[in-house]
Design a binder for this molecule. Structure first.
Ligand code: FUL
Length: 475
């Protein structure tokens, strides 16, 4: 008898469902760097450079360095404002199209070293890198490929200059999480005094693979942004929204920075050959740079909340631009709005009503892949269906009438993006009613709807391969 009792746990173990292997990856999958990047969700862009002092959006490159002179620069203030808003990183315009460098590059005189700011001894990139490190934010750099100041722009010699600058930025300031290459390339400019128009073959002039290799070697954890990635892609508009259908996959070789088919970037391609998730860049004001006359045009909290739901809520990363003012500070109006935004987002997702509630699924792959994994807080556990089950649904029982207004869905994207359609239903008074529907999910899909009661909620998913759902949250 005693022996039997002792062996009971083993017997029970032997009778339990055997462990099953996870689904095989489907299509392109993210790299570790892309995963980390996607999980940041909400970052800041800072446009601050020569244009801040000339009240322009695009300088010609002829601006004398003596004009750059912030009077009260405080990168710690920027970082504080960003943290309060819930952002994870800041990308700084180290060099915009006018070619002025915020760091004392050894390859040009057109930089802070010839400005009155700190008697030419200052380094803006360093100031931001230090502030970010101190307060636990990541830093990225915008290095404009187009340089309207440089005499050699449009010729091969400029490429060495551009890459030398990139190497400075990637070796002197610690970890860089993202490198931003803009699509605006070529046109009129100062060009060392030539004052002419220089057009470039955007597809071939830059020899992008060579430049990408430099980033890969010097900052292997950095993600490269451009219209064509390869790390992340422009979303195809500057309004801050991704397509309602948004694949993180792209037929990448059909694009290059500045390519004309950019509208396809809003939705990506279901049959994409590479993982190139969307980044939604938008400014908190009409301009990217600070203009005093726009102090009263800071986007409303309502508008910014819409932007959040249409970017982060549609499988995108939100890159919200702050035009730092000529003092070198995030203006009071913007700082106030960001504070409100951070508070509103936190409040919207403060209390997950699905947490700990009973959940049932029409299919479960087996041990380790149960539907309850979608309700835990661990993003590495997920509900998966059997290999041949491409459509399945889950039901969550609140146990009583519960007011709901938001639904958060997340796929386990390490294994690729699978969901192509989903439908949401609510159960009240013995019957199911449709509530909402959508297409892609990806890393994150958030649905916002009129507040309503539900005793239960059901979500039906259709996938292109076995479903892998890591999160279902109801708020
Ligand atoms: C554009 C640039 O031309 C703007 O000046 C700004 O930097 C924006 C983020 O990208 O293409």
């Amino acid at each position: 008898m005693k022996n039997l009792l002792l062996s009971l746990p083993f017997l029970l173990f032997a009778c339990a469902k055997p462990p099953v292997p996870p689904p095989a990856p489907f299509g392109p999958v993210p790299s570790e760097a892309q995963l980390n990047w996607q999980q940041m969700e909400f970052n800041a862009f800072v446009h601050f450079n020569m244009n801040t002092f000339t009240n322009q959006e695009w300088g010609t490159g002829a601006e004398p360095p003596k004009l750059f002179n912030p009077t009260a620069l405080d990168c710690r203030q920027w970082v504080q404002v960003c943290k309060e808003a819930g952002m994870g990183g800041i990308i700084l315009t180290a060099k915009h199209h006018d070619g002025f460098c915020l760091w004392p590059s050894e390859f040009t005189e057109h930089s802070v070293k010839n400005s009155p700011w700190k008697d030419g001894k200052g380094d803006m990139v360093r100031e931001l890198a230090d502030a970010c490190r101190e307060q636990g934010l990541k830093m990225g750099v915008y290095l404009s490929p187009w340089d309207r100041n440089h005499a050699g722009y449009g010729k091969t010699a400029y490429l060495d200059y551009f890459r030398n600058q990139l190497k400075e930025l990637l070796t002197k300031y610690g970890d860089i999480f993202e490198v931003w290459f803009d699509g605006a390339n070529g046109g009129t400019g100062y060009y060392g005094g030539a004052n002419e128009t220089r057009t470039v073959d955007r597809q071939n002039y830059y020899d992008w693979p060579t430049t990408q290799q430099i980033v890969k070697e010097l900052q292997p954890n950095a993600v490269i942004f451009s219209d064509a990635g390869p790390g992340c892609r422009w979303v195809g508009n500057e309004e801050g929204f991704a397509g309602e259908t948004n694949w993180s996959t792209l037929r990448r070789d059909e694009f290059y920075p500045g390519s004309p088919n950019y509208q396809e970037l809003t939705t990506g391609h279901a049959d994409g050959t590479h993982w190139v998730p969307a980044e939604c860049d938008v400014s908190i004001r009409p301009g990217w740079y600070y203009h005093p006359e726009q102090d009263t045009a800071v986007k409303s909290l309502e508008k910014l909340t819409d932007i959040y739901y249409n970017s982060v809520g549609r499988n995108g990363l939100l890159l919200l631009n702050l035009p730092v003012d000529a003092r070198g500070l995030v203006n009071e109006a913007d700082a106030q709005r960001l504070k409100e935004l951070g508070k509103a987002i936190r409040a919207d997702f403060a209390n997950d009503l699905a947490k700990g509630k009973p959940i049932t699924a029409t299919d479960e792959r087996g041990r380790g892949f149960e539907a309850k994994n979608a309700l835990d807080e661990n993003r590495n556990t997920y509900w998966a269906t059997g290999d041949s089950i491409l459509s399945a649904s889950v039901e969550i029982d609140f146990g009583k009438k519960t007011a709901i207004s938001r639904l958060v869905l997340q796929e386990y994207i390490r294994l690729g993006q699978r969901v192509s359609a989903f439908r949401v239903f609510v159960f009240n008074n013995e019957k199911w009613e449709p509530l909402a529907s959508g297409t892609t999910v990806g890393y994150k899909r958030i649905l916002r709807f009129e507040k309503q009661e539900a005793e239960k909620v059901k979500i039906e998913f259709d996938g292109r391969a076995a479903l892998c759902i890591s999160t279902i949250g109801v708020y």
